[in-house]
Design a protein around this ligand. Structure first.
Ligand code: ADE
Ligand code: ZN
Ligand code: ZN
Length: 301
């Protein structure tokens, strides 16, 4: 259940490595989506979690987790073992998710998927904060950056899509007049179009609008979103189940190969995207709070 993946030796040693390591990718939510999720999370961090996060961040982040929330995508192709950790696909046309059935990479290695990765990096951080000795076993900066990124990814409905179309990556559509694949529409295009149409091309304004929705229309849901059953620290299985269900109901629906997606699709799906960004942020914070608030740190250098 808690695999220990490879450690990025060459990338993890120097602070600067986090700023420009590996090739730039266009994966997960796009840069904007991940930035928004981590910005929203920052608002919900407890004092203890905020302190722990700041201590683990490399200097290049300037104390801001959001700055490095796309780091895992940037190193994705350079460190190939990490590539399968960004998603969990289900058998074609199955709109439900099952950890034992679905969490594996394309070679069938178990636990190598986004939910397995969230369990793994949660365990690394939690054990290090409960017991200073495990600090030496794991790279906790890396664990924090992977965890923050993957909690975002698991909220993108097509990161729990179907195996046969690689979560929509092989479904070619038109986004208004541009050619795109369906996965990219959900990672980037819906957010990009929303920025241009509604938010003055300012990500800050879009994030503020989502934050306002969290305190207004979703305020009664936030406790539910944060909740993690059975006293667990992380609840990624629940988020992946929601994602595949949303993939079936909203992402794949009316988006067959060759179709043109425009206003109808954009305006009906944007509220889903905004809610997933909100849930991703609130749940990332709740997970980090459970990790860092659970045990007082025994020794601090
Ligand atoms: N590659 C295969 N399936 C994928 C998915 N659901 N998301 C991103 N990349 C993938
Ligand atoms: Zn990703
Ligand atoms: Zn993606």
């Amino acid at each position: 259940m808690h695999p220990n993946y490879g450690v990025i030796q060459s990338c993890a040693s120097a602070d600067a490595a986090y700023a420009h390591c590996g090739a730039t990718g266009v994966l997960g939510w796009g840069k904007e989506g991940h930035y928004a999720i981590c910005k929203i999370a920052e608002e919900y961090l407890s004092e203890g979690a905020l302190l722990a996060v700041k201590q683990l961040l490399p200097d290049s982040a300037g104390g801001d987790l959001a700055e490095l929330c796309s780091w895992a995508d940037e190193i994705r192709w350079h460190f190939h073992w990490s590539s399968a950790l960004h998603y969990v696909d289900t058998p074609d046309f199955k709109c439900n998710y099952d950890y034992c059935r679905d969490c594996h990479d394309s070679y069938g290695h178990k636990d190598r998927c986004v939910t397995g990765a969230i369990y793994n990096y949660t365990m690394q951080l939690k054990s290090a904060y409960a017991d200073t000795k495990s600090e030496l076993k794991y790279n906790l900066t890396e664990a924090l950056l992977f965890l923050s990124h993957f909690v975002g990814d698991v909220h993108q409905p097509l990161h729990a899509g179907f195996t046969g179309d690689l979560g929509g990556n092989t479904i070619m559509v038109r986004w208004y007049r541009r050619k795109a694949n369906l996965h990219h529409v959900w990672d980037n295009m819906i957010i990009d179009s929303a920025l241009k149409t509604f938010y003055d091309s300012e990500l800050k304004v879009m994030i503020q609008a989502i934050q306002k929705n969290i305190t207004d229309i979703w305020s009664n849901d936030v406790t539910d979103w944060e909740h993690c059953a059975h006293n667990y620290t992380a609840c990624p299985d629940w988020y992946a189940s929601e994602s595949v269900s949303l993939a079936c109901k909203f992402a794949y629906r009316n988006a067959t190969p060759g179709s043109t997606l425009e206003d109808d699709y954009f305006l009906s799906r944007l509220p889903i995207v905004e809610k997933r960004l909100a849930q991703g942020g609130v749940r990332l914070a709740a997970t980090l709070n459970r990790i860092f608030d659970s045990q007082p740190r025994i020794a601090q250098a």
